[in-house]
Ligand binder design. Structure first.
Ligand code: 13P
Ligand code: SF4
Length: 310
């Protein structure tokens, strides 16, 4: 790409010309969030993908999110700036292995976190996101036995919050499982008036010490609405861009990871760049394609989630 090109202007031009909509997750780099038509959490993004009138959905997020958009709007062209933008959580639950696991529990229904492959959604009764997970689980009668996949940390938190014993798949998110309890505790001593807020994909010992636990949109709302002026934030730091925009006078400190060399940026989310976004809109590639049977059998679990959370 010509380095003198005004990418913001070019992307805006392509958006109009092609009747395209850019949907971006809060973990995207700031410039991508600023050019998006809609920024949100996984639930909001899937609701937008289901409702949009655009001809092309450009998904500034990761592969499972673009797949979900394709399942909800199969006649539309769905683009992802980098097809390698995957997800460690989705990868931790391969559908053929899960199918065997599920056979051991014939009287269980399956609730899957939306962070899973399209194929896993074909083995799922209802999807959920961090925003609606409690509500989705509570929608089953108490006697109904449940399997929850793929995030064991979110699963354990839900077992605690809903008081419901579920069979848990042992998957995890590479970003949220590396926060350091010790370093967070030291940071809290230095900042005694700060609220410690965490995403439920974090491990239990981190969630146990949090003042507020919730999805990205819930964390964002908490920073906007609570009286705290300072926050230690245990999730992917991309969301801090929106937190600062909404509360410019408040202070946000990213929670530290356990290894000094590690960082809590999601390497998958951060594969998308403004250049890749521009090229993908210009060439209408890479595009998401899914086998028809996957769309047909998988979409019911997302539709059911959207119905319950409407
Ligand atoms: P939410 O934005 O729905 O909280 O999901 C977080 C996440 O890890 C997305 O990959
Ligand atoms: Fe997947 Fe974790 Fe990255 Fe979200 S932050 S896309 S769950 S690896």
């Amino acid at each position: 790409v010509d380095p003198t090109l005004d990418l913001v202007a070019e992307i805006n031009k392509l958006k109009k010309e092609k009747n395209a909509v850019i949907l971006a997750h809060y973990y995207q780099e700031s410039e991508i969030q600023d050019i998006a038509d809609y920024i949100g959490d996984s639930l909001g993004l899937s609701q937008q993908a289901a409702e949009t009138d655009a001809d092309i959905i450009v998904f500034a997020g990761v592969h499972f999110m673009a797949e979900t958009a394709k399942m909800l709007s199969p006649s539309k062209k769905v683009l992802l700036p980098d097809l390698k933008a995957g997800c460690s959580l989705a990868d931790s639950c391969p559908a053929p292995v899960f199918r065997k696991f599920k056979e051991k529990y014939p009287d269980h229904k399956v609730v899957s976190y939306i962070n899973c492959t399209a194929e896993l959604k074909t083995l799922t009764d209802v999807c959920c996101t961090s925003t609606n997970a409690k509500h989705i689980i509570d929608s089953f009668p108490p006697e109904q036995k449940l399997i929850f996949a793929p995030d064991v940390n979110l699963g354990r938190w839900l077992v605690k919050e809903t008081g419901r014993d579920m069979v848990l798949w042992n998957g995890s998110c590479m970003v949220h499982e590396i926060f350091s309890h010790e370093k967070i505790t030291k940071l809290r001593i230095k900042h005694p008036d700060a609220a410690f807020i965490a995403h439920p994909e974090c491990e239990a010992h981190i969630l146990d010490i949090a003042d507020h636990v919730g999805s990205t949109s819930s964390l964002l709302r908490f920073t906007r609405e609570s009286d705290y002026q300072e926050f230690i934030v245990a999730t992917e730091p991309g969301i801090i861009h929106q937190m600062v925009k909404e509360s410019p006078d408040k202070v946000f400190i990213p929670a530290p990871p356990n290894n000094a060399c590690a960082c809590n940026e999601c390497p998958h989310m951060k594969r998308n760049t403004m250049e890749k976004l521009y090229l993908c809109m210009k060439h209408e590639l890479p595009e998401i394609h899914l086998p028809e049977w996957v769309i047909e059998q998988g979409v019911a679990s997302i539709d059911r989630m959207l119905e319950i959370s409407a």
